[in-house]
Unconditional design. Sequence first.
Length: 174
Amino acid sequence: MKAMFFGDSLIEYMPIPKLSQVEIINAGFSGMGVSYLASQVNALLNKHQPEKVFLCIGINDVWELNSPDAFDSWQAEYDFLCQTLTSRSILYLSTLMPVEKSGYGTMILLPTILKVNDMIRDFSDKYHCRLLDSFTRFAGEDNYMPSMGTTDGVHLTLDTYRQWVKFILQGMDL
């Protein structure tokens, strides 16, 4: 079986486990947003033909989501991704990971992350996907990543990555 992980730098730098019955394909790309992935998704699916797909993308888009029109555009592109992925594989959606109150995390607006995560939850319901709620799993009581969970406010430490990978593999039954 093939499982493909789509996303941004969090996916690109994720330590990919070696599983005896599953080939994991890392399709993470630093800086990637929903729009870019939407333009590439069919080519990547044609090339790799995964049975299962994990999608965790959107934090790079949060910087630009500052108007209703921007949210509408993001939703349309995310909808296209969900429609495309569910037509060709079993889709697992992840909410955005929380950011830490340091480094780059201080520049990302928490209310926008929460709004995007609500949209992702809605898409999970719409497309009958399994939701892996990474945000809820890793956020502290204040909705931020606990201190020392990231290297720069956004990117995960090795320990946090290990916990996240375990969470994802369990959620995908891998």
